[in-house]
Design a protein around this ligand. Structure first.
Ligand SMILES: Cc1cc2nc3c(=O)[nH]c(=O)nc-3n(C[C@H](O)[C@H](O)[C@H](O)COP(=O)(O)OP(=O)(O)OC[C@H]3O[C@@H](n4cnc5c(N)ncnc54)[C@H](O)[C@@H]3O)c2cc1C
Length: 461
């Protein structure tokens, strides 16, 4: 394994020593959402694509592995590092945001945060068409590399659907420059889509062209207490048919109650605290239309009770209950996090089946569940008093993934594979697909220097 000094020497031979960070500087970096992100002793903070290229060329030559970091909000352990590796920090990459309101495109440095793109777009009456609660830190480079989804994906697609062009550096330092600004471009294999969702294992994204949408009209927030997923789907469809559905997020009681308690927002759920689940809907419809659409659902039992936000601050509180997942997660002992997609029609039966499978396991498992309902993307957080043994953790993963692929769902919806989902991914992916992925990795990164052990594990690398 290369020592800290070896790595510093390799990097300082190709870029200015002032952008090479030693172990004391790396230790001072905020690790973000994974304590293991700063395991490496050395980092480099390139200022432009040419420096990224020089760093990769040198690391490839010396067979040093490189793990790229964006905002460090990833939730699948894809940015963890160990001594002997180099962290590629992208936060200082030049480029900023260049926006063309007529074309509705933005050419953006990988370093730029999601929120910065959202704000720049809003100045021109435009929107990114993509929104996650990590907006303040998640970067364009990270969002491309994880193919981020979030709350608006059911209308505008994931990052993959927003991506028109890319600039990226491959393991050997060669630069792919394809800053195409148009949707229609059939020019051979689509390399940007290969890099999208690759979690830093195929290249380092330095720049991108992103498609924008028109900004949403004035909107209205409604919080509904509901009996379960079947009711949620009826309500979502009713609003969707009017063309006025902007956002639609479902929270099961365990999640909403825990977040409300952790964030001091109990008053927001006080209208019906024991409801089995809640639906928070953002709609462009006016208050009268909302009341008219929902009226029959009180009679059918799909709505137990409902509150319309009367002010921006009431709306913000409703959204905080949905978005401050950390306030709930912090209360879980020995927490485990899962991110799956379930075909909408099977959501209720999947949840019932899962609860039964969990009941059969040792200990009292606390379950916090929320869903980006429009695309059946369910986030499950679980905790219990007793630590999980390896065997129990495996049992838990199998309980969650049970039947997901056969019903046409996905065992990783938007967070990626990273290190957290390697076993689940191996179990649920057919051999031919894994072999094709291995071949792509070997072709683009023959020495395996880019984020090794992520996505493709030692067994399937
Ligand atoms: C509170 C919270 C809410 C979230 N909500 C959502 C949500 O609704 N939807 C969703 O999809 N995700 C969500 N996430 C997860 C996370 O925000 C996304 O995965 C995000 O896209 C990660 O971006 P990042 O810049 O933080 O990447 P990082 O965490 O720094 O890195 C993630 C992966 O991308 C790679 N990478 C980063 N930058 C580059 C680059 N320039 N080139 C190549 N590889 C790179 C890293 O090596 C790593 O494999 C949430 C996270 C939090 C903490």
């Amino acid at each position: 394994m290369a020592t800290e000094q070896n790595l510093v020497d390799i990097l300082s031979s190709v870029v200015d020593d002032s952008i090479v960070l030693r172990s004391n500087q790396v230790a001072a970096l905020d690790p973000g959402w994974d304590a293991d992100n700063n395991g490496a002793q050395v980092a480099v903070r390139p200022r432009n694509t040419a420096e990224v290229s020089e760093v990769l060329k040198a690391c490839n030559q010396h067979e040093v592995s490189v793990v790229t970091h964006g905002g460090r909000t990833g939730l699948a352990g894809a940015a963890t590092t160990v001594p002997g590796q180099v962290i590629m920090l992208t936060d200082n990459l030049e480029g900023g945001i260049e926006l063309d309101p007529l074309e509705r495109v933005a050419v953006v440095s990988a370093a730029v945060t999601q929120q910065a793109v959202q704000e720049a777009a809003a100045e021109h009456g435009l929107a990114l068409g993509l929104d996650t609660a990590s907006r303040g830190s998640a970067t364009v480079g990270g969002m491309i590399s994880t193919n981020a989804g979030g709350m608006a994906a059911f209308r505008f697609g994931m990052m993959r659907q927003r991506l028109l062009g890319i600039e990226a550096v491959l393991a050997d330092g060669s630069i792919i420059s394809d800053l195409t600004r148009v949707s229609k471009a059939n020019e051979g294999y689509d390399l940007k889509q290969l890099l999208c969702g690759a979690e830093g294992t195929l290249g380092v994204v330095t720049k991108a062209v992103i498609k924008l949408e028109d900004a949403e009209p004035q909107s209205q927030t409604v919080l509904l207490a509901i009996p379960g997923a079947a009711a949620a789907l009826n309500l979502m469809r009713a609003v969707q048919k009017t063309g006025g559905l902007l956002l639609c997020e479902m929270m099961w009681n365990g999640y909403a109650t825990a977040v409300a308690k952790g964030a001091g927002l109990q008053k927001t759920l006080a209208f019906c605290p024991d409801a089995p689940a809640f639906l928070v809907i953002e709609t462009s419809l006016d208050e009268d239309s909302v009341l008219e659409i929902f009226a029959p659902f009180f009679e059918s039992g799909d709505i137990i009770d409902a509150v319309l936000a009367k002010s921006d601050s009431e709306s913000a509180d409703m959204w905080r209950v949905r978005e401050d997942s950390q306030a709930g997660f912090r209360q879980l002992l020995n927490p485990m996090l899962f991110d799956i997609s379930i075909p909408l029609g099977q959501l209720d039966s999947y949840m019932l089946g899962l609860e039964k499978r969990l009941d059969g396991m040792r200990g009292d498992i606390e379950l916090q569940v929320l869903a980006h309902l429009g695309d059946g993307n369910v986030h499950l957080s679980m905790g219990r008093q007793e630590p999980w043994s390896d065997v129990e953790m495996d049992e838990l993963c199998k309980a969650v993934e049970h039947g997901v692929k056969s019903m046409g769902g996905a065992i990783s919806a938007e967070h990626g594979i990273g290190t957290a989902k390697l076993d689940t991914f191996n179990r649920n992916t057919n051999a031919a697909s894994l072999a094709a992925m291995r071949a792509i990795k070997a072709a683009l990164d023959p020495k395996g220097i880019l984020n090794p052990g992520k996505v493709l594990s030692a067994q399937n690398h």
